[in-house]
Design a protein around this ligand. Structure first.
Ligand code: SF4
Length: 316
């Protein structure tokens, strides 16, 4: 946790014999780039900063490795193995007493506890707090390969929320997408607690499902379908795209680095299927000129899956 001042990044870089270091920061941490550069230069390293947008560890600036011995990616845990990349997650702490706000929402049932990477270091303290309050709290150990921390979820992986014998989940983190995704993915009752504002609420997937149903209705009858495949390091799902193509006579694979409304408009398809970051279809539909479906929604549209089998898209 170097940005928080506790990890020995300089020691690790020296141990690796690195001389040239590339740095990559997600949008919210980019302003730390200058001070990190100063510290690394003082320690004798040559530094290059990746200035491109970055939203996750799925989007590594691997091109920078042409000019550097090591890429240091800040703010996220790894979603895959890359020997030349060092991951430096960023911890955001809070007083676990804020969990008190969620207690009135929790029934006496076993309760799954999940969070995002910034707060994953507080999982043991949160567990202890809930235990002391008499909650039978369960945390999924290790998560999947994409979510290596205990209790960690990502916008594209809710594995840690699928806990045997648990149908009530407490999500501690900011924003609505993760708890809504957990609700649809697990079918569990989900309580979301924002630990920074202290707001707790029960969340369900109904509004998202209604919106997605409307998008699917608009996609009906589309003759040309672009199946988007991302060229980003941790978003490539070419195998999935190839399985989807035969479902529709007008479907063709479109390989893209950045999925932007302007590019989708230029390409001119009446509908797209998104196999890149799953959140693109769910969060950004309002920005897109035509329907952008998830792979599961496209299967429903093509009659290969029933509406009752609707599933949220995850990269597993
Ligand atoms: Fe986050 Fe999307 Fe990347 Fe998953 S694919 S890590 S949700 S940016």
């Amino acid at each position: 946790m170097w940005l928080n001042g506790t990890s020995d990044l300089i020691g690790v870089l020296k141990q690796r014999g690195a001389k040239r270091v590339a740095l990559q920061f997600p949008e919210g941490l980019k302003r730390k780039a200058a001070s990190c550069t100063r510290t690394l230069r003082e320690a004798g390293f040559e530094v290059i900063i990746s200035g491109d947008p970055c939203y996750g560890a799925c989007d590594l600036a691997l091109g920078a490795l042409e000019y550097a011995d090591v890429l240091v990616h800040f703010g996220h845990t790894p979603v895959d193995d890359r020997p030349q990349v060092i991951f430096e997650p960023y911890e955001i702490g809070f007083d676990c007493a804020v969990l008190e706000k969620a207690l009135p929402f929790l029934s006496g049932k076993p309760t799954g506890l999940v969070t995002t990477v910034q707060h994953a270091h507080l999982i043991p303290a949160m567990e202890e707090f809930l235990h002391r309050k008499g909650i039978d709290v369960r945390v999924c150990g290790g998560g999947s390969g994409r979510t290596p921390c205990r209790g960690q979820v990502l916008g594209c992986s809710f594995t840690a929320a699928r806990i045997e014998g648990v149908d009530q989940v407490l999500f501690v983190g900011t924003g609505h997408f993760h708890p809504v995704g957990i609700a649809i993915s697990t079918g569990a009752r989900v309580i979301a607690l924002d630990p920074l504002t202290g707001t707790a609420e029960e969340v369900n997937g109904d509004a998202l499902l209604r919106r997605r149903f409307a998008v699917m209705e608009k996609a009906k009858g589309a003759t040309g379908v672009g199946i988007i495949v991302s060229s980003k390091s941790g978003q490539q799902r070419m195998d999935l795209a190839r399985r989807l193509v035969p479902l529709h006579p007008g479907a063709v694979i479109v390989l893209m680095q950045e999925v932007s409304p302007a590019e989708l408009l230029n390409l001119g398809f009446a509908c797209y299927v998104n196999t890149a970051c799953p959140r693109l279809a769910y969060d950004d539909q309002v920005r897109f000129p035509v329907p952008v479906l998830s792979p599961q929604e496209f299967e429903i549209l093509c009659g290969k899956r029933s509406w009752e089998e609707y599933a949220i898209d995850e990269i597993l």
